[in-house]
Design a protein around this ligand. Structure first.
Ligand code: FAD
Length: 653
């Protein structure tokens, strides 16, 4: 039997980004002994990269803002496919979560009269993003960490041990959520009982036993070649949940942010924050045209300016002018840039121009966009106070994710499993508005921690046990890349290099399931994914378990391949264009699809992958109808607007 260190906790939170930390704080405050486990260094989660701000209808910059307007904007952005109850809770609770951060020590930028400043962002009717320059995520994580430390100090005073009720296991990767399948039939079967993980530095195995597990592992961007996402984004939580029997909802919706760097090649994909446009930056093609005026879709026509003059007036007088089209939701802007480049009106390196230099004094640019100023100066030798940036779409965010209950963040169908943050699906529908992720992390991180703690406490003395056989099988799975057979298993073939497989996967997803999708290409992608899965079985690594990046990648490949199959299958199935899913062969939004969710589950419900033929699909796709939107929420919209989105039978009702 493999040596495994075992510990017992009430709640285990996988991930130490905004969602994970907020969940852990809540669980601990509600009395649950809580462990946080993260594969990066503590404090280095992807959330740190968030730039523009946190969306919350605090009405500091425009008194007309309120949760109903925020709810409306969120549904419009998501093209009405959002899990509406999540969007409602999110809009209602986001202001309290921002205030709470302030009471925990966050230092937001201020308005002239001393309130938390709020900036404009695409798709938000009023300035709504609370921010700290363009480094909001860093302040968010710093504040949550500080709160964790304060709780640990409290625990030390009571118990003499800082980590008695809240402990962080950093640089540890979870490879399986463990389930109690041995304890018989009925509701007890299949409950969560802990996680299996390995320490990245030493390679030692670890089992954290707990009846409640919150996955808060972020997104999937590392399956695509051009992405703004960090190395952690290998879809681990999506895959862990799938393997534990959960379903993923609407995985076809992947957000391509319109503005990533396109040059030099080594930094292609790095984000250029939307704040640049929110603060007045404009997009131009190689002919100098502000082309976004040509791309305002019918559903948004009434809300966006028709001339440059009106758009420019809006910055000073938003009440009597309409917004500039550069501030359309991200999916619209990304498609427009793609079309301009395709039409031969792109910039020298295959993007378009984004200019703030002619719009604001240099000193204001340096103050409001300090990270952007340094990013371009250092990485591309471009001075954004004097010249335009070159930008193009980059894979940024996944709207699809674990299907959860809106109020509790419980993963549907798996008792004891919760999901919050980018890994959870539903909240953003087919397209997320900028700023709505940081608020989502706080609102649903808190709810996940709260309900996970309550669930664990409710079990009291009937905790599901961890089965040794399951631990052994998780250990064997983790060790597989070292085994001699790794290079010879199944069909004869040479050993495979995990880095090569990863590159091929990224190229496939980028080229065949990227921003513009076609049926034939997605079918091709599914064939290629099957080939990669077969080859991934032969992915071997040399050396030993002490810090071995090749081994880590070989294990991450399982997750990326599973998640990529979900994206490709769902994208092939949805024969319309909506939000982050654009089909060249079905270019319009189809109201008949408005109330359809696509759910991905593991084809083999026992969660075993080794026994299944990797050449065959591992994902089963089903459709379900969305819950009808509550009438009082529908009443927030004009009937003429609803007609553009809702299916015929919904309108009739
Ligand atoms: P993360 O912050 O990514 O945390 C995930 C955690 O899970 C990490 O600790 C990671 O180590 C851990 N983890 C992953 N897999 C495992 C595993 N197998 N085992 C153990 N641990 C694991 N959104 C906004 O609302 N406003 C913005 O201004 C904004 N700006 C952005 C700028 C950039 C450049 C990018 C890339 C995104 C931006 N976003 C923004 C989006 C937002 O930052 C993310 O959606 C959000 O931070 C995700 O938070 P999370 O808590 O879900 O995950």
């Amino acid at each position: 039997m493999t040596v495994v260190d075992r510990q017992e906790w009430d709640v285990v939170v996988v991930g130490a980004g905004g969602a994970g930390l907020r969940a852990a704080i809540e669980a601990r405050e509600r009395g649950a002994r809580t462990a946080v486990i993260c594969k990066s260094l503590f404090g280095k989660a992807h959330t740190v990269m968030a730039e523009g701000g946190i969306a919350a209808a605090m009405a500091n910059a425009n008194e007309h803002d309120n949760w109903q307007v925020h709810f409306r904007d969120t549904l419009r952005g998501g093209k009405f496919l959002n899990q509406w109850r999540m969007a409602e809770l999110h809009a209602q609770e986001a202001p309290d979560r921002v205030w709470e951060l302030e009471t925990w020590g966050a230092l937001f930028d201020r308005t002239k009269d001393g309130r938390i400043s709020q900036r404009n962002f695409g798709g938000h009717e009023y300035p709504r993003l609370a921010h700290v320059g363009d480094r909001t995520g860093l302040e968010l994580i710093r504040t949550l960490q500080q709160r964790m430390v304060a709780l640990q100090q409290e625990d030390f005073r009571e118990t003499g041990d800082y980590e008695s009720r809240l402990k962080v296991f950093q640089e540890c990767t979870v490879t399986r959520v463990l389930k109690d399948t041995a304890s018989g039939s009925g509701t007890a079967a299949g409950r969560v009982c802990g996680v299996f993980a390995y320490e990245r530095e030493s390679g030692r195995f670890l089992v954290l036993e707990a009846p409640a597990v919150v996955v808060a592992t972020g997104g999937i961007g590392k399956s695509f070649k051009v992405t703004s996402n960090s190395w952690e984004y290998t879809g681990d939580g999506h895959a862990l949940a799938l393997l534990a029997g959960a379903r993923l909802v609407n995985m076809e919706f992947v957000q391509f942010h319109p503005t990533g760097m396109v040059w030099p090649p080594s930094v292609k994909g790095i984000l250029v924050t939307e704040s640049v446009r929110g603060d007045g930056g404009v997009l131009r093609n190689s002919e100098g045209e502000r082309f976004m005026f040509d791309y305002v879709p019918d559903v948004f026509k009434e809300k966006y300016a028709e001339s440059e003059e009106e758009a420019d007036r809006w910055y000073d007088d938003p009440d009597t002018n309409r917004r500039p089209p550069e501030l359309l939701p991200r999916d619209e802007v990304a498609r427009a840039i793609n079309s301009e480049v395709k039409a031969g009106r792109g910039s020298p390196h295959g993007g378009v121009f984004l200019d703030v230099s002619t719009r604001m004094p240099a000193e204001v640019i340096r103050r409001r966009l300090p990270s952007m100023y340094h990013q371009f100066k250092e990485l591309a030798d471009v001075d954004i106070t004097a010249e335009a940036m070159e930008v193009g779409p980059t894979c940024h965010y996944v709207m699809g994710g674990v299907a959860v209950d809106s109020d509790t963040a419980a993963a549907r169908g798996v008792p004891g499993l919760y999901a919050a943050g980018e890994v959870a699906g539903g909240m953003h529908g087919s397209n997320r508005l900028g700023g709505n992720s940081l608020s989502d992390l706080l609102v649903f991180g808190r709810r996940a921690g709260w309900h996970a703690a309550e669930y664990a406490q409710g079990l009291a003395y009937q905790r599901p046990p961890v089965d040794d056989a399951q631990v052994d099988s998780a250990a064997a799975e983790a060790l597989r890349p070292f085994s001699a057979e790794a290079g010879r298993e199944g069909e004869a073939g040479p050993p495979e290099n995990p880095y090569t497989l990863h590159q091929e996967l990224q190229q496939t997803m980028n080229d065949l399931v990227g921003i513009i999708r076609r049926e034939g290409e997605m079918e091709q992608a599914l064939h290629k994914l099957a080939e990669l899965r077969v080859r991934a079985r032969r992915a071997g690594v040399e050396g030993h378990r002490q810090f071995n990046p090749g081994w880590h990648l070989a294990l991450d490949l399982r997750n990326m391949l599973l998640v990529s199959e979900c994206v490709a299958r769902a994208a092939l199935e949805r024969t319309e264009s909506r939000g982050g899913h654009t089909r060249e062969d079905h270019p319009t939004m189809d109201r008949a699809w408005r109330n359809v969710n696509l759910l991905c589950a593991l084809a083999d419900p026992t969660g075993g992958l080794a026994a299944t033929d990797p050449g065959r699909g591992q994902i089963r796709l089903t459709r379900e109808s969305t819950d009808p939107i509550r009438p009082d929420l529908l009443a927030l919209f004009e009937k003429e607007e609803l007609v553009k989105y809702l299916a015929e039978e919904e309108l009739y009702e």
